[in-house]
Design a protein around this ligand. Structure first.
Ligand SMILES: Cc1cc2nc3c(=O)[nH]c(=O)nc-3n(C[C@H](O)[C@H](O)[C@H](O)COP(=O)(O)O)c2cc1C
Length: 181
């Protein structure tokens, strides 16, 4: 029975109650869903890097593969992190387009949802980070609240987008923790 205290790492103890003579801890885990859109793999690698970093920081993380996203409406009591590159002329990658379209056409109003966007792009395009900007605008139209600023990672400036994302995460985590359920 006492072993359960050590088993659930990273969760904050929400409440302690008694079962007979034994104290039982109820843990509240901070939950986050990560969705990504990627053409050549950079945004996917950023998503995988932050998946690990968030888990190390004690979050319960679900990294969604694009093909798993059919019908996925982000639960409002969990955070949402969208990481996407831009392709074409300010467009979203093909692998996140169906989810974007589904959210645009049929998602309910999500006024309790908190989210963040990491946009990968290249500032030599006029439509810099257009894909991430479209996601941000859609979530805002749906009533969701962005936590912190949108991170825009410029391929002209760095070959290691995951390093930029990890730096951003350091300042973003305290904000995210303050709004997590
Ligand atoms: C064909 C093509 C079109 C692109 N169009 C844009 C664009 O419109 N705006 C932008 O900011 N970046 C654009 N980019 C840059 C990519 O978004 C950037 O290189 C990003 O890091 C790629 O991430 P990914 O590997 O996850 O797809 C384009 C890149 C390619 C190859």
């Amino acid at each position: 029975m006492f072993g359960c205290f050590g088993l659930v790492a990273g969760g904050a103890v929400d409440k302690v109650f008694w079962e007979g003579n034994f104290p039982v801890a109820k843990y509240s885990m901070k939950k986050i869903n990560i969705v990504f859109g990627s053409v050549y793999g950079s945004a996917q690698y950023v998503a995988e890097t932050l998946d690990n970093a968030l888990a190390d920081a004690g979050w319960q993380v679900q990294l969604w593969q694009p093909e798993q996203l059919t019908g996925f409406v982000p639960p409002e009591d969990e955070l949402l992190l969208v990481i996407t590159s831009t392709t074409g002329d300010g467009d979203l990658p093909e692998n996140i387009m169906p989810w974007f379209a589904m959210m645009k056409d049929s998602a309910p109003y999500l006024s309790q949802l908190h989210y963040a966007v990491i946009a990968l792009g290249d500032s030599s395009y006029d439509t810099f980070c257009g894909g991430g900007k479209q996601m941000d605008a859609l979530l805002s139209e749906l009533g969701a609240k962005r936590v912190g600023t949108r991170l825009e990672i410029d391929a002209c400036e760095t070959m290691e987008p995951e390093t930029e994302a990890l730096k951003w995460l350091e300042t973003w985590l305290p904000l995210a923790t303050s709004v997590s359920h």
